[in-house]
Every structure is written in C-alpha cells, then in structure tokens.
Design a protein around this ligand. Structure first.
Ligand SMILES: Nc1ncnc2c1ncn2[C@@H]1O[C@H](COP(=O)(O)OP(=O)(O)OP(=O)(O)O)[C@@H](O)[C@H]1O
Length: 603
C-alpha cells in the first residue's frame, strides 16, 4: 500500500507550463525508448489478462472439481495454476526490466540536459536560484519526474485488470457485480480522504523534523558565540520546547498511519460480508455455483487495491508533472548574458574600455551609471572604495558574468558582446578572495588552470609562485590532498595554489580580489612575490586590500557609489588629501612598515 503515501513530500510550485505541453515534452524524452516501452506495454497487458484470468480459472475449477475429484483433474488444475502464476511473474519481470531501462535512460538524459543548462547559465541565474534548489532540481526532481511514467504504466495495468475482471463478472451475475461496484466509490473516497489527511500530517512532521535539525545546526555552528554570551541554559530550554513539539507531531503522524489499515480492513470486511450474504442466497436458490460465489469474494480482493491506487493516481501524477516542470524550468531558463557574435582574439593584448556603461543587478537598483574607464594593456589597476561601492561589479562585468543595461565594454577595441566567450575566458584569469579548491590533490588543483599541462609545467608554476619551500612544507608535496574546498590547507597555501593555477593558465587579463584575511608574515611575503609574478606583463584589475598592492599599482581608482571620484598613483592621491588619503589613514596605513615601527616604539 506504499503508493498511498508516495510523493507526499513534494512542494507546490508555480505552474507555468500547460499540462498538455509537459506531457508532450516528457513523451519526447521517451521517444528513443519506444521499443522498450512497447515491450513493457505488451507485458503489462499480458500480465493483467493473466492476473484477471487466475481467479476465473479457480472459480471454474471449483465447480469442475465438485463433479470430478480424480487425481488427474486435481493435479492438472494445480499444474495449470502454477503455470499461470509463473507466466504472470515472468511477464511482470520482463515489463519491470524494460521499463526500468527506459525510465533510467530518460532520467539520465534529463539530468545531462539539466546539468548542461546549469553550466551554461550566467551568474545572475545563481543569484536567483540558490545552489540547494538547483541541486535538488537536477537530482531529486528529475527522478521524481520519471514517476509520471511509472505511474502511468501502473495505472494502465490496474485499469486493464479491473476492466477484464468486472467485464467477466458482469456476464456471470449482474446483481453481485452491482454490489461489488457499489463499494468502489466508498473505497476510493476513503483512499482519497486518507491521502489528504496523511499529506497534512506528513508535511507537518517533515517541517518539524527540519525545525529540530536546523535548531541543532544553528546551535552547534554558533556554539562559540553562545558560550561567550553564556546562553547554554536558554538554548537548552528552547531546544526542549522544539523537541516536545516534534514529539507531539510525530506521535500524531503515527496515529494517523496506524488507524488507516484497520479502517480499510473494516471496509473490506463489510464488502466481503455483503457478497458472502448475497452470493450465499444465490447459491441456496440455485442461481449461482459455489465457484462463482468464490469468484465474487475473490474479485473484491483483486479490485480493492487497484481501486485505491487509481484513486491516488491523479494527485501523484500532478506531483510528477510539477517535478518535471521544475526540471524544464531549469533547462529553459533564459540566459541574460547574450553574445551576438563569436569573434576570437588570438592575440589578446588586454585593453579594456567601459564606455558610458549602466549596470544594476536589478533594474531598479543601479550600481554603475554612465560609467567610463580605460585600462591600458598591461596596466595594473587597483580598485579601492568602501564596501558596496561597485569594485566587484566592475570585475564581474569584465569577466562577462552579468549583462549590463547600456553602453559598451570593449576588449582590445572589440565589443565584449561579440566575443567567443569560452575563448575569451581562457585568456582571463580570476583569483577570488577565498579561492575555491576542488577536492583532490594540490597538483590537480593547479592543473585546473590548464588541463593539458605536464607535471613539469605544474611544478614549474608552483615553484615560480612561491619557491621550493611551500611545496616541501606540504605533507606529500604537490600530491597532498587539499580536502573539501581546500579545508586541509592553510589560507595562505590556498592562495598560493590559486595563484599557481592562474599562472599556469597564462591569461592576458587577470582579475584579482585580494584576500582580506591576514596570514603570517612569511606567507604574506610569499604571496606578494607570487602576485608580482602573476601580474607581470598582464592587464590586471585588483580589488585591493593590501598596501603593497596599491603602492605598486600603475593606477588607483577610488570608487564611491559606482562613480570614480579620484584616480592616480599612490603618492599623487595621498598628496591630494582627498578620499583616498582618508581611506589610506583608516584602512591601509596600519599595514605600513613605518606605522608598525611607530606603534612598536610607542608601546
Ligand atoms: N549578486 C548581487 N545581486 C544583487 N545586488 C548585488 C549583487 N552583488 C552586489 N550587489 C549590490 O551591488 C552593489 C555593489 O556591490 P559590489 O559587490 O560591486 O561592491 P564592492 O565595492 O565590491 O563591495 P565589497 O568590497 O564589499 O566586496 C552593492 O550595493 C551590492 O549590494
């Protein structure tokens, strides 16, 4: 009876597709599987006919055996029944095998399409869809969607069975068939009512369990803060409350589930009793044979479960379609970044020009307005400004992660919208504040910059960035595992890996979001040397957090609310005594050697 509870955890999502379109699209995925599905459908029909035939054969046999009880007759009856049951099992096995293959292939294809779609999307897409939702669309929704097909086949088989059986019973006794069918709406009504109640209690129970987990997770992850503020007792009390509520909800769920089977059994009992009574009278009056009487009682059992599953079909079918819709929604999401050409720039010099650019993540919240900036090829440009001033946005536009609303961005004089993006991005390197390392070794992570690089090239890049020492400090050298997201490496080591990776890539333009987290002085020096190596001879946009970077930058631009308010060289800007000087005094000055010396003397 598991089908009664299936799919209860699905959420309601907004529907944008018509059911007919969804079904058409699903069928389109099944088209290459037509042969397998054809075999499965044939097996369904054969098995349904056999399953309906078995009780009919038994009823006939009962009547025959009343007149002929010879060993031969008994043995033949038993043998035929064994053959019929075995055939039914074999047909079902073939059907399950072919259907599982077809559905499995379709889920595989849909997941491939969903994964491709995810990889093609621009960054604005990821702002809109949190990663958890994307993952669940690619994994569980694509599987839930295949349920539509399984359900349809199951329904087909049940309908066939009920039709054949009821059709035959009607030819035997209309009166008893009437009694049998009168029970159908009651059975279906109870099944539907139970589904509605079960759905509510299950949802409440799931929410409650999620609440308990999130409470524990929050407590554990914020344990340091909780201890500092001596909140342990309050947290304990709060947890007791949530836990008690969870107990109540889960108890109610169990009551609901354990009450349904007795209710269904009582109904089945009433149905059987009515048939026994009406059939018994029929036998007494000589209108029915004992075999037919048996057939109707057995028929109730055979029709009972199919009826409950037919009752629950439609809502489950809708849930499957909704899952399909979420997957198609992901596949069909319109890209915002649109390239109108695919020009390649084999000799990218790295000149970047923003011409009168307007940009906002949301149209009503502009980040850059009439923005103009010219970065010469090979120039190192440092962007400074308070948080939210638009530094990262400029970098993201150069990387073509987002679409801008007005103006032009030119790369070596070519409109960025006309470039072959994948070619362009091979010449564009990015080092983010907290570099993302993939689970694997240091070597694999460095090679990520250029998959065809040899071991010698990887080693050379690593040495070039930080010398021999940082490599030998790693437990297994370049073969040391980095752990999930690089957790086994220190922050400094992760940055060195990211720099070696980008050096191996050898881009013409480099975007660097300097890390704010401080590292030990030795690593700091290593990173600085690595940075100098990476930046040399390339166009660099650096979101600067280090004094040494702003000092050595060819040009600094100071941003406020998406506008350039000052620009020039470090000394020049400092002498001007404007916004940069203020930023320097509050942010950069404490990193200077003079400041540290002065502070030490003062202490
Ligand atoms: N993905 C996003 N979706 C919506 N708004 C965003 C997004 N990223 C940034 N913003 C907004 O755009 C503005 C500029 O942000 P940006 O990240 O460019 O600033 P920033 O100068 O790099 O700041 P920080 O130094 O804190 O990184 C801010 O108001 C920010 O809230």
């Amino acid at each position: 009876m598991g089908f009664l509870f299936d799919g209860l955890d699905a959420e309601e999502y907004d529907r944008n597709y018509r059911d007919a379109d969804l079904v058409k699209r699903i069928l389109h995925y099944f088209r290459p599987q037509a042969a397998k599905m054809g075999i499965a459908a044939a097996m369904i029909s054969a098995a349904a006919l056999l399953e309906a035939g078995i009780p009919i054969f038994i009823s006939r046999s009962i009547d025959t055996l009343r007149n002929d009880t010879s060993m031969g007759r008994i043995a033949t009856t038993a043998l035929i029944l064994t053959v019929l049951a075995s055939c039914s099992w074999i047909f079902n096995l073939i059907r399950q095998t072919f259907a599982a293959q077809a559905v499995g292939d379709v889920v595989l294809k849909i997941r491939e399409d969903a994964c491709d779609a995810v990889l093609r999307r621009d960054m604005s897409f990821y702002d809109q869809f949190p990663s958890g939702k994307i993952v669940s669309r690619v994994t569980s929704d694509s599987a839930a969607f295949s349920q539509v097909m399984n359900l349809s086949m199951e329904l087909l088989s049940r309908l066939l069975l009920v039709t054949v059986l009821v059709g035959y019973l009607a030819t035997v006794s209309l009166k008893l068939t009437g009694i049998l069918l009168a029970l159908a709406p009651i059975i279906m009504g109870v099944a539907l009512a139970f589904r509605a109640i079960a759905r509510r209690t299950i949802t409440a129970s799931r929410r409650m369990n999620a609440e308990v987990s999130s409470h524990i997770q929050e407590t554990v992850s914020g344990i340091g803060v909780a201890k500092t503020f001596r909140q342990e007792a309050a947290i304990h009390q709060e947890f007791l409350g949530v836990n008690q509520q969870s107990l109540r909800v889960n108890r109610r769920t169990r009551y609901v589930f354990s009450s349904i089977f007795p209710i269904l059994n009582v109904l089945a009992g009433i149905g059987t009793a009515s048939l026994v009574y009406a059939g018994g009278i029929g036998v007494r009056e000589g209108e029915l044979s004992a075999g037919t009487w048996f057939l109707f009682i057995q028929g109730l059992q055979s029709i009972w479960f199919p009826l409950t599953s037919i009752a629950s079909f439609w809502s489950q079918f809708q849930l499957g379609l909704a899952a399909g819709e979420r997957v198609f929604g992901l596949i069909d999401a319109e890209p915002r970044v649109i390239q109108s050409d695919s020009q390649r720039l084999p000799q990218l010099r790295g000149e970047i020009r923003f011409v009168d650019v307007d940009f906002g993540y949301k149209p009503e919240e502009p980040v850059l307005q009439h923005f103009n900036l010219h970065i010469r090829a090979g120039e190192t440009l440092a962007l400074v400004g308070h948080t939210g001033s638009g530094k990262s946005s400029i970098a993201k536009l150069v990387a073509r992660f987002y679409e801008f609303q007005r103006g032009q961005i030119l790369i070596d004089g070519v409109n960025i919208r006309h470039l072959d993006l994948s070619d362009y991005r091979t010449r564009l390197g990015m080092v983010t504040q907290s570099p993302f390392l993939f689970d694997g070794t240091v070597r694999e992570n460095i090679r990520y910059g250029r998959p065809d690089a040899s071991d010698a090239e990887v080693l050379a890049a690593a040495r070039h960035i930080g010398g021999e020492e940082w490599i030998s400090a790693l437990p297994q050298g370049l073969d040391s595992p980095v752990g999930e997201r690089g957790a086994s490496l220190s922050m400094g080591q992760r940055q060195l890996v990211a720099l070696a990776r980008v050096l191996l890539q050898d881009p013409a333009i480099i975007i660097l979001d300097e890390a704010t987290a401080s590292v030990d002085p030795l690593t700091e020096t290593l990173i600085q040397e690595g940075l100098d190596t990476v930046l040399a001879g390339r166009t660099a946009i650096v979101i600067a957090h280090r004094l040494s970077t702003v000092r050595h930058a060819d040009r600094i631009i100071v941003l406020r609310k998406g506008q350039i308010i000052e620009e020039g060289h470090h000394q020049h800007l400092l002498a001007a005594g404007g916004h940069y000087a203020e930023l320097y005094n509050t942010y950069f000055r404490h990193q200077s050697l003079e400041y540290i010396e002065h502070a030490r003397k003062a202490a």
